[in-house]
Design a protein around this ligand. Sequence first.
Ligand SMILES: Nc1ncnc2c1ncn2[C@@H]1O[C@H](COP(=O)(O)OP(=O)(O)OP(=O)(O)O)[C@@H](O)[C@H]1O
Length: 357
Amino acid sequence: MVAEASVVSAGASVPRWEDDPVLTVEHLTMRFGGLLAVRDLSFSVGRGDITALIGPNGAGKTTVFNCVTGFYKPTEGRIAMRHGPGKQEALVEEVTASGLRWKKEGNQGVFLLERMPDYEISHRAGVARTFQNIRLFGGMTVLENLLVAQHNRLVVASGFTVGGIFGLPSYRRAESEAVDKAVHWLKQTNLLERADDPAGDLPYGQQRRLEIARAMCTDPHLLCLDEPAAGLNPRESQELNELLQSIREQGTSVLLIEHDMGVVMEISDHIIVLDYGVKIADGDAESVRTDPKVIAAYLGVEDEEDLDVPEVLEDVIEAVGEDAITDLAPEPMQDPSATAGEAAGSSEGISKKGSAA
Ligand SMILES: Nc1ncnc2c1ncn2[C@@H]1O[C@H](COP(=O)(O)OP(=O)(O)OP(=O)(O)O)[C@@H](O)[C@H]1O
């Protein structure tokens, strides 16, 4: 059950994700040579929400993920991650103007991800990700994979080796906390029984869950998942839904790219739809599901098809030109019993559909 999608703020209804965003993407553009993969894209990811980024193949979803997680440097745009509640507009503007990459003040913090290298994005800004293709250490055990994810913290606790070699109490404490955290996420992902098995021996669905567990061991503020349901059977997809909802309940915001609409519509608080690198819809599941632009993008509907022009007529138009057949076309049939309003309504429906494609 997803939470209420909007809050009333200063008398106006503002979507919750605009009011308390963990991440804002503003005017993001990404070019690859002559190819414009993402064009002037802006959206917010609400704190504590599951947000889905969807769209047909090649729409630019992974490119957006790669910009957010520092694998690509955007051509233009600002990507602001926030720790602590609220929009923190003043702090965002201050960091932007100062040329700094990030700034923390008490329990608040702003991180401009487009200025940060990928390791700082995960380590400082608290953004973790998984990939379309599973990237585990196949020869290590399941537990070791989760301890490697906490390597930075353990290295610091070891005083950069000395404490680890001599087994200082601070290191032993950090090591035991790391194991506790790993066990917590092994339980959450139903993998505790496989803790000592090589990760490469796990079935595909379990490897996907292990990737999520590994990302969660870094205590992220934002978990980015690239097609987590790809290749899962229906039972595994259902388990994934439950896992992601439980991650949200434990306070981590989730941003996911997903083609499985069953997963997206069931668990998402907020959905952003891309097509050809441009945002075509942004709202809750219900508004996106029924948006004609989204339906058209997914079905690959062209204007003419949308208006029910038969394929043969398109061929004729191509052969003789549109002007030549306009004169021949009969007047549209009208039900004599229809009122003027109904007739106007039906033509408006068509024009809306047409403009939506
Ligand atoms: N490194 C790159 N160099 C050149 N072109 C790229 C690169 N990465 C992505 N593209 C192009 O950018 C466009 C968007 O690709 P992207 O992978 O972001 O789409 P997507 O929505 O994630 O697609 P899919 O659902 O198939 O994964 C595509 O035309 C793709 O070929």
